[in-house]
Write a protein that binds this ligand. Sequence first.
Ligand code: PEP
Ligand code: MN
Length: 335
Amino acid sequence: MQDKIIIAGPCAAESEEQLMATANAIRSSYDGPLIFRAGVWKPRTNPNTFQGIGEQALEWLQRIQQSMNIAVATEVATASHVVQAIQMGIDYLWIGARTSANPIQVQALTDTIAQELKKNPTHRIKGIMIKNPMHQDAALWLGNIERMEHLGIPIWAVHRGCGHLPAWEMAYTLHQSRPDIPLLIDPSHMSGDKESIAPLLTNAWALQYDGAMIETHIHPQDALSDAKQQLSPDELKTLLSIPIPTTKDHELLWLRSAIDEVDNQLWDLIEHRMSIANQIGMHKRKQSLAIVQQERFQHILNKRLIWAKNHQVSDKLVQIVMHAIHDESINVQER
Ligand code: PEP
Ligand code: MN
């Protein structure tokens, strides 16, 4: 594990005591290279939830950095965040998934970083971590990396998935075009719950990821944001003691990760389709309509066969899958 970059710390800075206690507990249980993370400005969906402490929390991070001799990282989403973070000597900045979706914003942050570093030559940043955009767009992720690379500061790509979908294929696309950019995983945001973190991290280690960002809180159950996915420092210690799997055929593992994810989506869609079929069954019963309506099935089958002519799917597969799905839909409606 010693050669991996480990970034750990809470989703959000909540109080100086919370930050200090978390940083101390992590440091005493993990002695490899460590960057301490905490969000100061939080991109929250709901405006009535905790939005982050703001500027004051930068002072807490600075005190941890100085008293513990540890590098610190925070998320920046606006030019003013950049100015404040650089002035407070924050070592690493990260660009979050929502900001990463907006190239104009990423360019504005890049320009502000360049201006700040030029204005004051004593200011420095050790690295910038760029998360993937929230939607599956490897080209945009790569574009953000290219925008920021001109700064001459080390750039790392952080793979956090899209929503709670890993999007392995997107990360593989980025990694294939830029194998020189360190690739890190953020299994916390990728999964959204602590149970899924270990298998995601194990897969990333098998794929030779260079490091991981893992949300860790001194009392996860009391966290003001992302409580379900944050680990306690003890849980982090256990996670980081998982042996790194040795894999010979990385390309096969990347492709299998991608195909397993598509299978998961396929089955989620089939389950969803059956739940709609169930509602149709209830509607037909209420309206005294026949459950089996052959002309409707013929219509959707013909439509799919026409579609198959311009896609890499055989007529045979369309017939087999459509009949299997339709038979099961009838079963669901007749239940
Ligand atoms: C975070 O790291 O706390 C965060 C908000 O991440 P993301 O942008 O990946 O959702
Ligand atoms: Mn978070």
